[in-house]
Structure formats: C-alpha cells, structure tokens
Write a protein that binds this ligand. Structure first.
Ligand code: HEC
Length: 492
C-alpha cells in the first residue's frame, strides 16, 4: 500500500511531491470482515458497470444507459488444435448471442495476408472493413453485432475522465483553439471508445477471472490475431472543422467548457449533445517483422474523417492517415534536424493534403502528425506518436508513468521497439503489451479499491490530515486526461 501511495505522490502531475510516510495501515486495519466482504461484492458490481464515478457522471432523462460488454473469453477457449497447424489465430468460438460462425482463421485475421509495407492502403481498408462489419450499422453498440463478438475494456469508468453514460466514451484530449483548423476558435474536446476483438479480449478474461481478485503477475502478450480499434468523436462542428461535413454523430454527456479548460472532465454538462466522428485508431498484432530493430510486433494505424468523400453511409467517409509498426529507435532529434525521415511509419499523402487544407497549426510541417514525422492522429499531440505513447503500458505501482517523451538525455527511451516480455521500466513492472486500456483500467481498479477501503472524499473528516492530503493527491492524479499530460504545452 505504501508503494501505491508513493507512486501516486511522485507522479509528474503533482510536481514531483515526495511521498510522505503515512500510517494508512491503521485505518485499513479498522475494517471488519463484514466490510471487507462488502468491498468484494462491490468490486464485482463495479466490474460490470458501464459508467459511474461518484456523482460526476449521471444519465440524463430519456436515454438508455451505456452497457459494458465484458463476458470475456479466456485463453483456454482458444483451441490449441486450430492454432498449431497454421500459426494463425484460431477460429473464435461464438458468443452466447451469436450464430455459430464458420470462420476460416485466415479470413478472420485477413490483414495478415497483406504486406503492410508494400500495400499499406489495402491493409488499412481490410482492417476498416473488419472493424466496421456489424458495428457501423449499429452505431457501435457492439451488443447488436451479429457478425463477430467485440468487447469493452473493464474499469474505464472509474475516474474523472471515465466513461460517459450514453455511449461509454472516455475523455481523451482537448484540442487547443486553432490547432486543427483555422476556423476552430475555441478549445474542443475529444471523446472515444475502444473495442477488442474476441482474441484480444482473452487477455482481460485471464486477468479478470475473478473481478474482486484480478491477477496480473506476468508480462502480458496479446495473441496473434488481436485487433483493437477506437472511434474518436469531437465536439467540433463542420463550421469549425470543414472536413466534418455530414459527420456521423453519437450522443454524449461531455465536460463543461470550464472543466475542459482545466484539462479534465471532473465536471460534466447536464445534458447530452452530439459529438462527431473525427478519427479512428486501431492496433493489430502482426509478428511478421522478426527483427526488433525493424518493428515491435504491432501495427498501429489511424484514419481521419473526410466528409467530402460523400459516401452513402457517413461512417465510411474515412481515409487512412498512416501506419506505424515501429518507433524508429535510431531516429534521434538530431537525425530529424539533419533531414532523416521515419522508416517504420507510413503517412498517406492524401491525409497530409487534408490537414493542409484545414489550415490549423497542425498544418505546419514540424507539427503535423507525430514527433519526427512518425504517425500520430489529428486529435493527438505532435510531440508524441502512437507506438511511443503506447510503449509505456505496464503494471507499475511505483514509478511515474509519463506518456509524452521527456526532453533531454532520456528522450529516446520513448522510441524503443519493446517486444513481448519487455516493459518500459523493466523488472517486475509487467508489460501491458502496448495496451493503455489494460493499464488505465487496472489503475482505476486500484484507486477504487483504496477508496473503498475508506480513503474517499466522504471519509476525509475522519482520517488523519496527512492521509486526507494523500487521498487528495490520488484524486488529482486521477484527473489527468487519458491521452495527454495534464500540463502538456500544445502551442509553442
Ligand atoms: C499521448 C498518448 C497517446 C497517443 C499519442 C496515442 N494514444 Fe492510443 N491510447 C492512449 C490511452 C491513454 C489509451 C487508453 C485510454 C482510452 O482508450 O481512452 C489509448 C487507447 C488506444 C487504443 C485502445 C487499445 C489500447 O491500447 O488501450 C488504441 C487501438 C489506440 N489507443 C491506438 C492509437 C493510435 C493508432 C495512435 C496514433 C494514431 C494512438 N493510439 C496515439 C494514449 C495515446
């Protein structure tokens, strides 16, 4: 427990406050067995919650509540027989609500048949079709998908930036005025929701076998065939960002402008409003690159909405922005200055043009997409990149988790191609294999557990002052936007 608090207290967002020795044990010991039993029961209930964080997140009248899909399959459900023959992912078992699929494994990880380096466009199209099938026609209510089972990551609700109540979106990042487009005159919030395919969801099924006793005691490796994608929705309108023309919408209860100005979603509006599709991210396990100098075993990719495509179904109006299969570990800032370009990212020239036409600060050559020309999305900070930020994903109870690369001598630590079994900080900081939802959800669970033990707002009066201060810091650390540093500087 001391480790837990020292980790929180030393988080960067707290300005490096040193951990105080706090007698938390004394309070914890006061709990009766009965209280412990209630906590375990509550842990089960929380595990199944789609939304809800104290009284921050409330469902407005007239809307159906977001429901989590968390009946995860387990690794043993992956039939060894079908995987051993081809080395390709096995046939997924049908979910309880799905017809028995007659799936050829090659067809159910169809991107593995295309070389992403020689045909990146087709690779993106195949993944988009896979993610859209049965989902885009149901407004991404995965419970209604009759083609293929998809799942939500657990515990993404329990934080100030946690899931909103209608579509389960989490707060990602605030785009400063003028960043995306010359017409964007206010800060705009981005909210998102991610989905794991059947094979990827087995990792959650394994760790959360018992929701009140999660077990994460080794490096996680997502199986070959894992696909996870995320739709990012913005409050910006077509008037602000022209390419949002006819963008598909979802209803969401987002943060108040004051809260967003503070870079958190701790205060939500009291009514729903439409948010529009701007970006779609994905990550697939693809282990065809064997040399760690050349790749990291995942391919990250992103799409951007472009209403000018005018497809009959607006959800289809997305163009690939690019792919990233490695961090370009030797592409130092000096090399970038000398004109070297990334070799482990691919950027679609059409997306470059789209960003240029919008005329925001991101159109500047040095600020478009990710750092050093690596891939990042339109909603992201140009000081980072997909695989770089995701490489920090680990189970870590002690250290800082800093997502944006730190300037200075350690900068290139954020650009390693970490492989299976390697984590950012090494040792027993078990790797989350690039899954930041696994890391965030597990972290939220730990915060919840400590607060259920008594360190909540409500109990502040009865705990010693020092403990209350620590608890305040826990909550403060918890208010960082998911996809950004709390104190990130976006505009130079
Ligand atoms: C500055 C950090 C950061 C950057 C840059 C970033 N992400 Fe993420 N990403 C996150 C966080 C945090 C989460 C988990 C929280 C959530 O989903 O709301 C996440 C979640 C995801 C997920 C869901 C699965 C998972 O790993 O949790 C996918 C897929 C994803 N991101 C893809 C991308 C792609 C593709 C890019 C680049 C275009 C990208 N991300 C850039 C921080 C980042």
């Amino acid at each position: 427990m001391a480790n837990f608090f020292s980790r929180i207290a030393s988080k960067r967002v707290l300005g490096g406050v040193a951990a105080g020795g706090v007698g938390v044990g004394t309070v914890a010991q006061q709990f009766s067995t009965q209280k412990q039993a209630t906590i375990l029961k509550d842990a089960d209930a929380e595990f199944n919650k789609g939304y809800g964080y104290f009284d921050v997140v409330k469902l407005p009248a007239g809307f159906a509540p977001f429901q989590l899909k968390n009946n995860y399959p387990k690794p043993e459900d992956i039939s060894a027989a079908s995987s051993s023959a081809s080395g390709l992912p096995p046939v997924p078992l049908p979910g309880p609500d799905l017809p028995t699929p007659s799936l050829d494994p090659r067809k159910d990880a169809p991107w593995l048949n295309v070389d992403f380096r020689t045909d990146p466009m087709r690779y993106c199209q195949i993944i988009k079709a896979y993610c859209w099938e049965g989902n885009s026609n149901n407004n991404f209510n995965i419970h209604k998908n009759t083609v293929r089972p998809w799942y939500h990551a657990p515990w993404m609700h329990w934080s100030e930036n946690g899931r909103e109540p209608i579509n389960g979106l989490t707060f990602e990042r605030v785009t400063p005025a003028g960043e995306l487009s010359k017409n964007q005159q206010r800060r705009t919030q981005a909210w998102a929701i991610g989905f794991y395919n059947w094979i990827g969801a087995t990792v959650f099924g394994d760790i959360w076998r018992d929701p009140s006793h999660p077990k994460w005691d080794k490096h996680v490796v997502f199986p070959l065939g894992t696909c996870v994608f995320k739709i990012l929705m913005t409050e910006a309108t077509e008037e602000e960002v022209a390419c949002l023309k006819n963008a598909p919408t979802l209803q969401a209860v987002i943060a108040t402008p004051e809260s967003a100005a503070n870079n958190n979603a701790g205060k939500r509006k009291d009514k729903a409003e439409p948010v529009r599709l701007l970006q779609v991210d994905f990550a697939v396990r693809d282990d065809r690159i064997k040399d760690p100098a050349q790749g990291n075993g995942w391919v990250f990719g992103t799409f951007m909405y472009n209403g000018n495509l005018n497809n009959p179904d607006a959800w289809d109006n997305i163009i690939p922005v690019g792919l990233q299969w490695g961090n370009d570990p030797t592409l130092t800032p000096e090399a970038v200055k000398a004109g070297r370009k990334p070799e482990q990212s691919w950027i679609n020239p059409d997306a470059d043009q789209l960003l240029t036409d919008l005329g925001g600060t991101r159109a500047d050559k040095t600020k478009r997409w990710g750092v050093g020309g690596r891939l990042n999305g339109p909603v992201d900070n140009f000081k980072s990149a997909c695989a770089s930020c995701h490489s920090v994903a680990e189970r870590n109870l002690k250290e800082n988790i800093q997502m944006l690369p730190k300037q200075g001598p350690t900068f290139m630590r954020w650009f390693r191609n970490l492989g299976p079994g390697e984590s950012f900080n090494g040792g027993d900081k078990w790797s989350a294999d690039y899954s930041l939802q696994l890391m965030t959800g597990y972290f939220n669970y730990q915060l919840w557990e400590k607060s259920a033990q008594g360190f909540t707002h409500k109990l502040k009066v009865i705990v010693p002052f020092s403990t209350a201060r620590q608890e305040q810091k826990v909550l403060e650390a918890n208010s960082r936007p998911l996809r950004a540093e709390k104190d990130e500087e976006d505009v130079d």
